[in-house]
Design a protein around this ligand. Structure first.
Ligand code: ATP
Ligand code: MG
Length: 449
């Protein structure tokens, strides 16, 4: 990859921008292997370009492509306004009240999200030189620019509340880039030119495997504490080091997570579990003292019971094994596996198991605003474990939830290094374990009459 400073960098149209001339990004020539690219995302970009709009791949998609990983989703950012996008695509709908986004729909339920470049009106940008004078292997020329957000001074009172409130003003690419959370998430990819556009030093940080916030981590985590969970997720999943300033700020502001929106916290916890690095994510969250803010029951169980902790991490590792085989369990199984040790602990010696369980799960579901459906499902799967452990698989083998219960059971067995019964791999086996065919048939006939 070579660095080119691009003199023809195109401007978006934004009369409201504070700065007269947009800053120059660093542009890297970079070819993305065709097998990793999404043909539909490429189509959307080309059509926007043909109609005179700037359109880039953006965010996690660019990051994953640069790391040679296949992205989960392909998000686009464009100079086109949402209604302009809608007018260009038949299969498009504009969603959101406050943040208007265009969704372009393709077969198989695929959605390409197209967002207009936005800026944070309370911020302007500052240019900084990288503090660490390291040799950055990608750059033959000057060191990368790093734009960072800086608060407009007139807005700052003594204890100005930093939580983001207005995030929906159209802007230019550099403004869109600096409102993002981490430098590795602030890159744009220009598909037609095969170039990565970098305003924030993200390419250098990808090369260094270093997770840095765009700007002061203390400010960025106070603006949005969920970014602390995202830092853990990226560090664990992408095996990236945490910039020491980021680590310190995570520790300093972790208690702010208590006032973060519960559904967003739940979503990030689920992403810990789904992302192929469940074990590392939860371990890091525990280690940094973040787990005790979002799941205090699980954190204190891990603190107090080293054997239980080893088993819990074993179950999480088993989740990662299944994820690597493309057999990721569903959300209810994932959460049940995470809670299992603390649940078993809470139920030990209880005389009324259902009541003790309800007491235990109530706290969780309130704190995480667990949707009812998920809460009920976790209860069902957890309670089923008692029968499975007692060797009574056949008693629930016909239940619709049996396959999920069997998966949860399998995760536990894998954590213990024990062999799996045949039905844990192939749930339909449980039927044959139990009853000879003739008896099953007879019973079904009788129940019909
Ligand atoms: P994942 O791989 O888990 O989907 P992601 O980086 O793609 O991670 P998304 O939640 O899909 O994250 O968001 C897409 C992009 O939006 C991010 O890459 C980042 O640029 C931006 N973004 C998301 N959440 C935040 C946030 N809390 N603060 C600032 N920018 C954010
Ligand atoms: Mg994403």
């Amino acid at each position: 990859m070579t660095q080119i400073l691009d003199p023809d960098f195109r401007r978006g149209d934004d009369p409201g921008a504070l700065d007269a001339e947009p800053p120059e990004p660093v542009v890297y020539a970079h070819t993305i292997p065709r097998r990793l690219l999404d043909a539909d995302a490429a189509k959307v970009i080309r059509r926007l370009n043909r109609h005179g709009h700037t359109a880039y791949l953006v965010g996690g998609g660019v990051r994953d492509l640069m790391l040679g990983r296949k992205p989960k989703d392909f998000d686009l950012a464009t100079s086109a306004r949402p209604y302009e996008v809608r007018d260009l695509f038949r299969n498009c709908r504009v969603i959101g009240r406050r943040f208007r986004l265009a969704h372009v729909l393709f077969s198989g339920g695929k959605v390409i999200e197209v967002a207009t470049f936005r800026r944070d009106p309370s911020q302007h940008y500052e240019v900084i030189k990288p503090k660490i004078a390291k040799k950055i292997p990608l750059c033959a020329g000057p060191e990368p620019v790093r734009l960072i957000p800086a608060r407009n001074a007139e807005l700052d009172g003594e204890d100005a509340d930093l939580l983001i409130t207005n995030d929906n003003v159209f802007g230019e690419p550099h403004e869109d880039s600096i409102r993002r959370d981490f430098t590795i998430n602030g890159l744009f990819y220009d598909l037609e030119r095969g170039e990565v556009i970098d305003f924030v030093g993200g390419v250098a940080d990808l090369e260094e495997h270093l997770l840095r916030t765009i700007g002061d981590p203390n400010v960025r985590f106070r603006e949005d504490p969920v970014r602390i969970l995202r830092a853990i997720k990226f560090s664990a999943r992408l095996d990236m080091g945490l910039d020491p300033a980021v680590y310190d700020a995570m520790v300093r502001h972790r208690s702010d997570l208590r006032r973060a929106a519960a559904p967003r916290v739940l979503e990030e916890l689920l992403r810990f579990l789904r992302g192929g690095a469940a074990q590392r994510s939860v371990f890091l969250a525990w280690d940094v003292g973040v787990l005790s803010e979002v799941l205090p029951e699980v954190a204190s169980f891990l603190d107090d019971d080293p054997e239980g902790a080893a088993l819990t991490f074993g179950r999480l590792k088993a989740i990662d094994t299944l994820a690597a085989e493309d057999r990721l369990p569903n959300d209810a199984v994932l959460l049940a596996a995470l809670f299992q040790g603390s649940i078993d602990d809470a139920l030990e010696g209880a005389t009324d198991i259902p009541v003790a369980y309800e007491e235990f799960i109530r706290e969780f579901s309130l704190r995480l605003s667990l949707p009812r459906r998920l809460k009920d499902r976790i209860r069902l799967l957890t309670m089923a474990q008692r029968r499975l452990r007692a060797g009574r698989a056949q008693s629930i083998a016909r239940r619709e939830y049996f396959a999920d219960a069997a998966t949860l059971f399998a995760l536990d067995r894998m954590a213990r290094g024990e062999d799996l019964p045949a039905w844990a791999n192939e749930p339909s086996e449980a039927l044959y374990d139990a009853e000879p065919r003739s008896r099953r048939r007879r019973r079904r006939r009788r129940s019909r009459s």
